[in-house]
Design a protein around this ligand. Structure first.
Ligand code: BMA
Length: 341
């Protein structure tokens, strides 16, 4: 095993964890044996919670959750947990305020990510902006969520912020799309000095010939900084005669120029196999949105949505997963170039 380490992230000694089961086949990532951790009808008025993100906070855990209400519309809900596994989700959706302190609620909001950069936590999701687009809010106390200007014009989804500035700028991954069930999509990156003005757009990586990610790809969890580069868990989609299938992939991006892909695993890391991944409101979806990770032990807990119905956990170790991605890497010119044309 190599000696890959995580960099620039705080210790999380109480993170959720289970040891690797014996006889595991394929990628070194294993499911929590009590999945799903959030079941259907978790709170009054919410039929399903999935595709949600969590962070460690004050020795415990907090998260932003995609809650699909009984009318089928999704909004963002806040939740707390002592152990990262058992969650108390608020019955009321988050009431955002705008930058003038006035109430703000998007028409819909889904697939939130949650990332701490310096002293601020940013929630990023997909919302209507005359079509599907990226919404962002910031908070420092998880009591007031201040919605800031949308970074991009439509159509776009799957925005994921890096956990620190790179070369002095915030860096955001996103996936330009259409406003429906987009049958295409590559991951791009954009920079901003202030979270208001975005530019220096770069192509990071595209869908590719491996069948599991041949239709579209999109950012997943916030990248983890390691001695080998930024470890990125993302989703890749296959278009089958029975509909889309969402799997989880892994890639490693250059530390200083993250539009350069150093390694990209040609195999999926995790694909729908369990009942809660194969069967639900939308069958065959595993959709990563967050990790909790501990640099002292190299442990990573990956939170992923299942079948648009549940939240589950999978575990891996940074050295094992990076070794697997490197050993099974297949990159193309489109991946390894800077992505500027
Ligand atoms: C995508 C998003 C995800 C969802 C997936 C599968 O377009 O809407 O929220 O999990 O489709 O339905």
């Amino acid at each position: 095993m190599s000696d890959v380490k995580m960099l620039n992230c705080p210790s999380v000694p109480n993170m959720p964890w289970q040891d690797k089961p014996s006889g595991l086949k394929g990628a070194p990532i294993w499911r929590y044996n009590e999945n799903p951790i959030i079941n259907r009808n978790p709170v009054e008025n919410v039929a399903r919670i999935f595709n949600s993100a969590v962070v460690p906070y004050e020795g415990k855990f907090v998260g932003v959750f995609r809650g699909e209400q009984r009318d089928g519309v999704s909004f963002i809900y806040f939740g707390r947990s002592d152990d990262g596994i058992n969650w108390n989700i608020d019955e009321e959706k988050i009431n955002f305020v705008d930058e003038d302190g006035k109430p703000f609620q998007p028409i819909y909001a889904y697939d939130p990510r949650l990332v701490k950069v310096e002293d601020t936590y940013y929630a990023i999701w997909c919302q209507d902006f005359y079509g599907a687009a990226i919404g962002i809010a910031k908070t420092t106390d998880f009591k007031t969520f201040t919605r800031i200007e949308n970074p991009f014009i439509p159509f776009n989804r799957n925005a994921v912020l890096f956990p620190r500035k790179i070369n002095g700028n915030y860096v955001l991954l996103s996936r330009p799309s259409d406003s429906g069930h987009t049958p295409f999509g590559d991951i791009f990156l954009s920079e901003s000095p202030d979270m208001v003005y975005w530019g220096k757009h770069r192509h990071v990586m595209g869908r590719c010939s491996e069948w599991w990610e041949s239709l579209k790809i999109g950012g997943g969890a916030a990248p983890i900084e390691t001695t080998e580069g930024w470890l990125m868990f993302y989703h890749g989609v296959a278009g089958t005669c029975n509909g889309y299938v969402y799997s989880i992939g892994g890639a490693i991006l250059d530390i200083d120029n993250p539009s350069i892909v150093k390694y990209r695993c040609k195999n999926f890391l995790l694909t729908p196999e369990e009942w809660y991944e194969e069967r639900g409101f939308v069958n065959n979806v595993t959709f990563p949105c967050a990790t909790v990770h501990d640099p002292d032990t190299g442990r990573i807990a990956l939170y992923y949505g299942c079948a648009d119905s549940y939240v589950s956990l999978a575990f891996t170790k940074v050295d094992e997963i990076v070794d697997y991605i490197k050993a099974n890497s297949l990159t193309r010119n489109e991946d390894t170039e800077i992505g500027k044309r």
